[in-house]
Unconditional design. Structure first.
Length: 78
């Protein structure tokens, strides 16, 4: 399992930098992914982002946040 987690860390670390125009959306994903709506994605598409770009950035941010929470939980559990 440790190898799989390290692979995820590497993928998150090597993700393409997020365009500034996606910053508000990605902050929303980071702070409360459950609040993201179809409208948020539609706005990004209207701004010219492809579904692939939106997906890749969403996954990168969600993965990084998930790993941060995982690490925190491991610290607390000891």
């Amino acid at each position: 399992m440790a190898d799989a987690i390290e692979e995820l860390r590497e993928l998150a670390a090597n993700a393409a930098p997020a365009p500034e125009a996606m910053r508000a959306y990605l902050t929303k994903v980071h702070e409360g992914a459950y609040t993201v709506t179809d409208g948020d994605v539609a706005e990004l598409k209207a701004a010219g982002f492809s579904e692939d770009e939106i997906f890749e950035q969403t996954v990168a941010v969600a993965l990084a946040e998930g790993l941060r929470r995982f690490d925190r939980a491991r610290t607390v559990i000891g």
